[in-house]
Design a protein around this ligand. Structure first.
Ligand code: NDP
Length: 275
C-alpha cells in the first residue's frame, strides 16, 4: 500500500495518512505504535505533552524500518516556549524518541497571552538549521498569529495542524494555507468521538454505497480534500481499517454532501483560550 505524499513548502514530502497518539497511554504506546507500523503506517504524530515519546521511540527502534522511510512529528509544549527552553525541549524529545532528528517539529499552541510564539518560531528556525528537524510548522494558529509570523520572521510554516472534521471544516484557515503554501493537518479528524459523526446521513450513505465503514468514509473525505490526516486508535483492528482507505473513491456528489455538514462545531479548545 503506497500512501500518497504531499510536498511541503520546503520541498520535503509528508505521507498524507499517518497515525496520531494523543491519549495513547505511555505504557501501551510501544505496542500500539508497533501495531500501526505493522499495518503500514509510516507517519506518526506525537507531542512532548502526550508523555509517550519513549514508547513511540521503542516501537520505531524495534520495527527495523529504515529511518528515512519514517515521518515523525513531535511538538513544543506551551511551557517550553522561548529560545533556550525550545532548544532544551527538542533535545529532550529527540532523546526520548531515540532519534537524531524529527521530520516535523511544531509549536503546539500559540498561547497568545505568553506572547512567546514569534521568539519560539525563531528557535524552531534554528532547530531546523541545526538539522534537528527537517521541517517546522505550527499547530492551532489562527490567521492573526500566522500573519505575525509572516511579518516578523523568515519562514512560512510548512504546516498548520488544526482541529478539523466534517462539522468543523476550518475554511478560513484552509484558504490562508492554500494562499501561503502552508499545508493543513487535521487533528480530531473523527471528531474525537465527541458527537455522532458516524451516524450522519451523507456519511452513512457513502459507507453503504462503497461497502466500507463510516470512519473510512471520513478519512477518505480528508484525503480527497487535500488534508493531512492521522486518526488515533487503540484497537489493532481499527488501526488497520483506518489505513485501508485506498480501495474506493468518494464521488463529487458524496464529497459535496459531506462538505455541506460544516456547522462551526468546535469540539476542542479555542486557541485563544489555551495559555
Ligand atoms: P480522532 O478524531 O482521531 O478520534 C479518536 C477517537 O476515535 C478515539 O476515541 C478512537 O477510539 C475512535 N476511533 C478511531 N478509529 C475508529 C473507527 N474506525 N471507528 C470508530 N471509532 C474510531 O481524535 P484525536 O484527538 O486522537 O486526533 C488525531 C490525532 O491528532 C491525535 O492522536 C494527535 O496526534 C493529534 N492531535 C493534535 C492536537 C493538537 O493540539 N495539535 C489536539 C488533538 C489531537 P479507539 O481508540 O477506541 O479506536
Amino acid at each position: 500500500m503506497t500512501v500518497p505524499t504531499i510536498q511541503l513548502n520546503d520541498g520535503h514530502q509528508i505521507p498524507q495518512l499517518g497515525f496520531g497518539v494523543f491519549k495513547v497511554d505511555p505504557g501501551e504506546a510501544e505496542r500500539i505504535v508497533s501495531d500501526a507500523l505493522e499495518a503500514g503506517y509510516r507517519h506518526i504524530d506525537t507531542a512532548a505533552i502526550y508523555g509517550n515519546e519513549e514508547g513511540v521511540g521503542r516501537a520505531i527502534a524495534s520495527s527495523g524500518i529504515p529511518r528515512e522511510e519514517l515521518f515523525i512529528t513531535t511538538k513544543l509544549w506551551n511551557g517550553d516556549q522561548g529560545t533556550e527552553s525550545a532548544h532544551r525541549a527538542i533535545d529532550t524529545s529527540l532523546a526520548k524518541l531515540g532519534l537524531d532528528y524529527v521530520d516535523l517539529y511544531l509549536i503546539h499552541w500559540p498561547t497568545p497571552e505568553r506572547d512567546l510564539y514569534v521568539e519560539s518560531w525563531r528557535a524552531l528556525e534554528a532547530i531546523r538549521d541545526a538539522g534537528k528537524s527537517r521541517s517546522i510548522g505550527v499547530s492551532n494558529f489562527l490567521v492573526p498569529h500566522l500573519t505575525r509570523l509572516l511579518a516578523e520572521t523568515d519562514t512560512v510554516p510548512a504546516v498548520n495542524q488544526i482541529e478539523l472534521h466534517p462539522t468543523f471544516q476550518q475554511r478560513e484557515l484552509r484558504t490562508w494555507g492554500a494562499e501561503h503554501g502552508t499545508a493543513i493537518e487535521a487533528w480530531g479528524p473523527l471528531g474525537q468521538g465527541k458527537y455522532d459523526l458516524f451516524g450522519m446521513g451523507p456519511i452513512q450513505a457513502a459507507a453503504e454505497a462503497h461497502g466500507v465503514s463510516p470512519a473510512q468514509v471520513v478519512i477518505r473525505w480528508h484525503l480527497q480534500s487535500g488534508i493531512i490526516v492521522f486518526p488515533k486508535s487503540n484497537s489493532a483492528e481499527r488501526i488497520r481499517s483506518n489505513f485501508d482507505v485506498f480501495g474506493f473513491e468518494l464521488s463529487a456528489d458524496e464529497m459535496a454532501a459531506i462538505d455541506a455538514l460544516d456547522a462551526g462545531n468546535r469540539v476542542g479548545s479555542h486557541p485563544d483560550d489555551v495559555n
